[in-house]
Each structure stands twice: as structure tokens, then as C-alpha cells.
Design a protein around this ligand. Structure first.
Ligand code: DGT
Ligand code: MG
Length: 621
């Protein structure tokens, strides 16, 4: 119960900016709810007037119309009703207009009820979709500010399903629920008051079985909650299967994995069946049960009338009574679903709010220091870092002077990329400090820090946009001339111009529409436009042929002028002129020095070097 309250409070927080429409929607719902008994009152009044206009005063005919409505009827209308009654008592043809007007009251009240029901749902949905859109944007924004570690640990397809599916669920459920939440209780109470006022005894008789209704509602509510949660999990899993299968479709094809993937999809999809059916049962069983209870109640009333006899009500009163009883089904049914709806909404929103509560493991400093990396040394002091148990980096001490060219070499998995990730503050080290110009990078806003760094990553990532845009993303708002100059430096201009659409070529999802080497050159152009004082090149030229590599290498070396550069390379030919070469082995820097020094040392570096240049070891000397 307390959970439910805190859930409703959160929903209210979301809806608060739209409270005016929300209020209008609630108001329209209340009016529509009140109009429901009035439809019946109007119906029975007209029925009574048509079948026994008699000589009784008008108020007798209107006895089913609540007093406050009667009081609100203006004298003109009253006179006109009286005219109609008299006409009906004699001949309807005497005053046809009055009679038609009288009968028209039924569609008129019906119209009003329909109109307000519509406004009720319209306004509430108006507020719901806006509140949900805000939530969606907030969720996405929140996720975008979470750390790299979070994205490593979380499945991206699952996140997508959170943002699209769970929020959509929440919206449709809230939309449905809000329509019910106001109108139906009002209708129900209105009808009940109407019935108790007019036919207290019959009403109570018909209600004896009503308490039984609580049972199915309570029983199914719990089941729905569990199934709704599992449904969401399975949908997330389904998106995951799909996203892997679609993005990895080349491997799926090459290895004939289609049946395997389809099988996995089928298994996951089938898991949805059981839970969906449980929800269907929970939603659909209470309805007919309630109708059954209602019918049993009415049957009791007939039995009472048949056996007790006595004060049998007049036809029209009894008609009104029956109409009112049957009109109560729909709101009761809706209210019984409401509980299930709310339970499902909570299951959907629990996850959303859970995500929103996730805090970044890379905290932003409260009072960030300004940072300009130009001319500043970079220091890694006694760094220790682990993703899990086993340290990926330990005892790292490395000072890089401003403008130096540092090469990080070493076997695969030895922690080179991870070290640059620490500089980018994708993660914080468990021990030790990274400083730029003496300032701990944790005291600088990540935004400002990353503004100082241009990076070409190992897995070149392009966005599914034009080449121009991909280059421009290095620094938003750069001029056309700069984009072209960057592309020329990256040795990309030539192949770009050969494409029919030139710079407007769309590179496809993750750059599939351009070759690996082209992708890499676009990424280098992007790094060039960034024009940042620190440069990280992680295997930046590994996809290029020897000729392009040497040209791009020349361009990169030009770019390195005056910038502090971290260059990770497996091909040692590209880093021989580095100011410092750091040799990594199992998370430690085992050798540090210039090319010639390291060769002379006869250690790890020399071994690596000789393996690559086995055919021409002479050259090394
Ligand atoms: P490379 O690119 O193959 O030459 O290797 P490095 O030296 O760039 O290796 P690095 O720094 O990417 O990875 C070092 C170790 O850390 C390796 O054992 C894999 C592990 N590792 C890297 N990234 C993650 C991650 O996101 N999560 C976990 N759990 N482990 C990671
Ligand atoms: Mg790497």
C-alpha cells in the first residue's frame, strides 16, 4: 500500500506540469459520471410521461430526477414540459414540437455524457503522453550521463526496451486507468445514491452478493503483478536477441547460424505466452463474474417481488431500477481492471525509476576546476585499476611532458586501451591519480576534460549519418573548409570525392557502407577537426594498407606537432620516433624509454621488435 502511494506520488510528479489539463480531464470525468444516472432519470421520466401522462402534476413524473436537477430546470423548460405532458394526455399532435423536444432530452443527455466522456479521456491522455515523453527524455538524458562502466555492464537492447516499451506501457496503462479513476467511481456512487433513494429495499436485496466481487479482484491482482514484471523482462530479452541478430547478421549468415538464432528467438517469444495469458485471465475473468453476481442480485429482486408481493413498484420505477443496476456493471468491471492496470503500471515504472536512480560511478566535482591542457604535463601516479577481481593495471607511473609523443606497446590485453580510458575518465582508478598540469582530473568536469582530448578508438565508431556530419562531430560548428582540410590530412578526401554523393554519403549503421580503412580515415578526420591539445590514437592506422598508412602516418605526425599524443600501436614501425615508448605486460609498464634504448636493453621490446622484423633485424641496429 505504501509502495502504491509512493508510485502514485511519482506519477503525480510527472504529471504536475500538465495539471491544468489534468484537472479539466478530471472535471469532465466527474461530469460524465454524474450524467450517467441522469440518462436513466431522463429515460424513465420520458417513459413515464409517454405511457401514463395522466393528470398527475409534472413533479410526479420527474420523481426519478434528483431534486437538485429539478431545481435547476428553468421555468421556461418547466412550462414546456408541462405543455408536452398535457399534449400527451390529450393528443400528441396538439403540440408536436413540445413532444419532440421532450423525447429529444434522451439523446441530448446522452450527447452530453458522450462529450464529457470524450473530453475526460482526451485531456487525461493529453497530459499522459506529455508526462511520459518528459519521462522518456529524462531517462535517456540520465542514461547518457552515466559512466562507461554502466554501459559495459548493461545490455543496450534492454535499455532500449526500457525507454520505448516500458514507457509506452506506462502511458497506455495510465491513460486507461485515468479514464476509469475519476468517471467510474462518480458514476457508481451516483447510481448507488439514486438507487438507494428510490428503491432502498430492492437495491439492498440486489447487492447481497456484491461483496463476493472482491475475491476475484484480490486473487488476480497479485498474479498480474508477477506476470507483468516477467513480461517486461522477456520483452527486453527479445529485443536483445533481435539486436544481436540484426547487427551481427553477417556473422549469422557466414556461419549458417540462422536456425540457431531463430530457435533462440522462438524460445524467448514463447516465454511471453504464459505470462500474457495469465494477464488476459486476470483481466477478463472478473468481468463476467461480476455480471453473474449482478444477475443473481436481480434474480433475488424478482424472487422478492414474486413472493413478498405487496409494494410492487410501478413499471417505470422498476425499469429505472433495472437500468441503474445494469449500468453499474461497466464501472464496477472497469474498477476491477483498474487494480490490475495499476499493478502493471508499477511493474513497468519500477524499472524506469530504478534506472533513474542509478548514479554515475564517475561523479562530477561539486566545484569543478578550470582546465586547459595546452602545455601541461600528464601524470599517471601509482595507478591501480580492475574491472573485477583481477587488476587490469597496477603500479602504473608515467609522466608525459607537454607535447610529447608517447607510444604504448605490448601484447594484446595488457591494458593499453584501459590506460587511455582512465585519461578520458571513462573509469576512475581504484588507486592512484591521473593529473593534467598537476590537477587531479577528478576535480575537473568531465565535459571540460574530454574537450581537451581527441581520440581515434580501436573499433572505429561512426554514426549513421553523412561523412560530413561524422567529421563535423569532432567539433560542432566547424566550417566547410576545415572539414575538407581535415579530410585531406586524413587522406580521406580522395575516396570521399570518388563516391557519387561525396561528403553527403551516408555511412550506414556503425559505418557499414564504407570500408574498414575508409572508416578509420573518417575517424581520423574527425579527430583532426577536434583540434585538441591531447591526442589518443588507438591503433588508428591498423586497417590501412602500407601505402595509405605511411601517408596517413605522415599526416598524423604533422597533427601531433605541439600536442601530447598517446599512440597505441602493434606495428612498431609507426612509433620508432616516439619520445617515450611504454611497454606493457599484464597491466604493468615493464620497460620505458626511447626506441634505441629499449632495443639495447635486450628485453621485451626487443623481442617484440624482432618478431616483427625477423627478416631484416640488421635495420634495427
Ligand atoms: P589490445 O587492444 O588487444 O592490444 O589490448 P589492450 O592492451 O588495449 O587491452 P585493454 O586495455 O583493452 O584490456 C585489458 C584487460 O581488461 C583485458 O584483459 C580485457 C579487460 N577489459 C577491457 N575492457 C573491459 C571491460 O569493459 N570490462 C571488463 N570486465 N573487462 C575489460
Ligand atoms: Mg586496445
Amino acid at each position: 500500500m505504501a509502495d502504491m502511494l509512493s508510485f502514485l506520488r511519482k506519477v503525480w510528479e510527472l504529471a504536475r506540469p500538465y495539471r491544468v489539463r489534468l484537472f479539466l480531464g478530471v472535471l469532465a470525468g466527474a461530469i460524465a459520471g454524474i450524467l450517467e444516472p441522469l440518462v436513466i432519470a431522463a429515460f424513465t421520466a420520458v417513459f413515464h410521461l409517454i405511457f401514463s401522462p395522466g393528470t398527475e402534476p409534472l413533479s410526479r413524473h420527474l420523481k426519478n430526477v434528483p431534486q437538485f436537477v429539478q431545481d435547476a430546470i428553468p421555468q421556461v423548460v418547466w412550462n414546456w414540459l408541462e405543455t408536452a405532458r398535457q399534449a400527451l394526455a390529450g393528443s400528441a399532435k396538439a403540440h408536436p414540437a413540445a413532444v419532440i423536444g421532450l423525447v429529444a432530452v434522451i439523446p441530448a443527455v446522452m450527447f452530453l455524457r458522450g462529450l464529457f466522456s470524450y473530453l475526460n479521456i482526451y485531456f487525461l491522455q493529453w497530459a499522459a503522453i506529455r508526462a511520459i515523453t518528459d519521462l522518456r527524455v529524462r531517462l535517456f538524458e540520465h542514461l547518457m550521463n552515466l559512466s562507461a562502466g554502466f554501459f559495459n555492464a548493461t545490455n543496450s537492447a534492454e535499455l532500449m526496451s526500457r525507454i520505448t516499451l516500458d514507457t509506452t506501457n506506462l502511458q497506455s496503462i495510465i491513460g486507461n486507468a485515468t479514464a476509469v479513476i475519476v468517471k467510474d467511481p462518480v458514476t457508481l456512487i451516483g447510481l448507488l445514491v439514486y438507487l438507494l433513494l428510490k428503491q432502498p429495499k430492492l437495491t439492498l436485496i440486489s447487492m447481497v452478493v456484491m461483496p463476493l466481487c472482491v475475491i476475484p479482484i484480490a486473487v488476480y491482482g497479485r498474479k498480474v503483478r508477477r506476470s507483468a514484471g516477467s513480461l517486461q523482462d522477456h520483452y527486453a530479452e527479445l529485443s536483445n536477441v533481435m539486436s544481436e541478430a540484426f547487427t551481427g547478421n553477417r556473422i549469422v549468415k557466414a556461419y549458417n547460424l540462422e536456425p540457431t538464432v531463430v530457435e533462440r528467438f522462438r524460445d524467448t517469444a514463447r516465454k511471453l505466452i504464459g505470462h500474457t495469458m495469465r494477464i488476459v485471465r486476470a483481466m477478463e475473468i472478473p468481468g463476467p463474474l461480476l455480471e453473474l453476481f449482478g444477475a443473481v442480485g436481480v434474480a433475488f429482486v424478482f424472487l422478492y417481488l414474486a413472493f413478498a408481493g405487496g409494494d410492487r413498484a410501478s413499471y417505470s420505477d422498476f425499469l429505472g431500477f433495472l437500468l441503474a443496476i445494469f449500468s453499474m456493471y461497466r464501472p464496477i468491471k472497469n474498477l476491477s481492471r483498474l487494480q490490475n492496470n495499476l499493478v502493471q503500471a508499477r511493474a513497468a515504472s519500477d524499472r524506469i525509476f530504478e534506472l533513474l536512480a542509478t548514479t554515475s560511478t564517475i561523479p562530477e566535482p561539486a566545484n569543478p576546476k578550470p582546465l586547459s591542457a595546452v602545455g601541461k604535463d600528464i601524470q599517471f601516479e601509482n595507478i591501480k585499476f580492475a574491472f573485477g577481481e583481477k587488476p587490469v593495471l597496477q603500479g602504473i607511473n608515467l609522466t608525459v611532458k607537454a607535447g610529447q609523443f608517447v607510444a604504448l606497446v605490448g601484447s594484446t590485453g595488457s591494458g593499453k586501451t584501459t590506460l587511455t580510458n582512465l585519461l578520458l575518465r571513462f573509469y576512475d582508478p581504484q588507486q592512484g591519480v591521473v593529473r593534467i598540469g598537476g590537477i587531479d582530473i577528478r576535480e575537473v568536469s568531465t565535459r571540460e576534460l574530454r574537450n581537451q582530448i581527441a581520440v581515434v578508438t580501436q573499433e572505429t565508431a561512426l554514426f549513421n549519418e553523412t561523412i560530413r556530419r561524422n567529421i563535423e562531430l569532432g567539433r560542432l560548428g566547424v566550417s566547410e573548409a576545415e572539414i575538407i582540410a581535415a579530410a585531406q590530412h586524413a587522406h580521406a578526401h580522395g575516396f570521399i570525392m570518388e563516391k557519387p554523393q561525396g561528403y553527403e554519403t551516408v555511412v550506414g549503421e556503425r559505418g557499414v557502407a564504407v570500408s574498414g580503412g575508409q572508416r578509420q580515415r573518417i575517424a581520423i578526420a574527425r579527430a583532426i577537426t577536434r583540434n585538441a591539445p591531447i591526442l589518443i590514437l588507438d591503433e588508428a592506422t591498423n586497417s590501412l594498407d602500407a601505402e595509405s598508412e605511411s601517408i596517413v602516418q605522415a599526416a598524423l605526425e604533422e597533427l601531433m606537432q605541439g600536442r601530447t599524443t598517446f599512440c597505441i600501436a602493434h606495428r612498431l614501425s609507426t612509433i620508432q620516433r616516439a619520445d617515450v615508448i611504454a611497454v606493457f605486460e599484464q597491466g604493468r609498464i615493464v620497460e620505458l624509454g626511447r626506441h634505441a634504448e629499449l632495443l639495447n636493453r635486450n628485453g621485451v621490446y626487443r623481442r617484440l621488435y624482432e618478431m616483427q622484423f625477423r627478416t631484416e633485424p640488421e635495420e634495427a641496429k
